[in-house]
Design a protein around this ligand. Structure first.
Ligand SMILES: Nc1nc2c(ncn2[C@@H]2O[C@H](COP(=O)(O)OP(=O)(O)O)[C@@H](O)[C@H]2O)c(=O)[nH]1
Ligand SMILES: [Mg+2]
Length: 263
């Protein structure tokens, strides 16, 4: 496994694009675009719209027509968050960006956190805006959503033994080099478990993954797209990865290749 340390210098940040996936976010989108543009004016934005029935794509086009820092990728239909991000990452790599930021459209991810996320990336390959580290928080979530997030993260850590507290978080920044190392063509996750998938791949590849605290604020407008199907995909895939991981460890032990530090 490749290893990296804090002491190793990282290249300068370079060109940054914030990727914002949207499905039925016509009320939220202009607000988040305005807020990101004010907070980090030098940064480009690409909206990844899955042909939202409420016309979010048109709202995005109107915005992009008067702001050259904003681009819109129109996708054919709703294929899930993971697919939308894979498309956005590939587009961003093809267009020479050095850093890709993931950010929700609904106001849950506050643009002022972009400063600490990008600052941390100077010494990391991947930075996760984390709700479940000291200083992190969630506002206005019902107990059921909190339980799902805490439980999902606990399950992920137990099965996969990862040193990450918020593997399901969706406010994060990747260096393009990190995405190249991860190898996006092997990522099959469609829904929200895409986030866990990339976290596991990044950690396993020996990339330096850092968490910085954020306050996640539940949306005020529009509806969450979280669904039982999305939760089921996460549970199924995380369980499969966990079983494979633990079986590999057991095999190491049985073959006398103990690596207890990985347990
Ligand atoms: N393009 C695209 N965006 C999606 C899809 N599902 C969710 N999103 C976007 O992903 C972000 C997070 O979704 P949200 O429903 O708020 O999830 P929650 O915060 O976990 O409840 C929002 O900007 C959504 O519009 C999808 O299938 N395609
Ligand atoms: Mg949301």
């Amino acid at each position: 496994m490749a290893t990296t340390t804090d002491a190793e210098p990282r290249p300068p940040i370079g060109r940054v694009v914030v990727l914002i996936p949207t499905y039925n976010e016509r009320e939220n989108l202009p607000r988040i675009l305005d807020a990101v543009r004010v907070e980090v004016p030098a940064v480009d934005i690409a909206v990844l719209d899955d042909n939202s029935p409420d016309g979010t794509g048109d709202v995005a086009d109107e915005y992009a027509a008067r702001d050259s820092k904003v681009q819109v990728l129109h996708r054919e239909g709703k294929e899930g968050l993971g697919r939308a991000y894979l498309h956005g990452f590939q587009w961003a790599m093809d267009h020479g960006y050095d850093v890709m930021v993931e950010m929700d459209a609904d106001g849950s991810h506050q643009p002022h956190h972009l400063h600490s996320i990008l600052a941390a990336l100077r010494h990391a390959d991947v930075v996760i805006g984390s709700r479940w580290v000291r200083g992190g928080a969630v506002q206005n979530w019902p107990l059921s959503r909190k339980a799902l997030s805490v439980g999902g993260n606990l399950y992920t850590r137990m099965l996969l033994g990862m040193p990450v507290h918020d593997a399901t978080a969706g406010f994060r920044a990747y260096r393009a080099s990190a995405l190249e190392t991860i190898g996006l063509d092997r990522v099959a996750s469609e829904g929200y478990c895409f986030q866990v998938d990339l976290t596991v791949r990044a950690v396993r590849a020996g990339l330096r993954v850092k968490e910085v605290p954020i306050t996640f604020v539940e949306r005020e407008l529009g509806d969450s797209k979280m669904s039982p199907d999305i939760a089921r995909e996460s549970l199924r895939r995380i369980t499969q990865w966990g079983i494979a991981h633990r079986a590999g460890q057991l095999q190491d032990v049985l073959l006398g290749r103990e690596r207890w530090h990985r347990l």
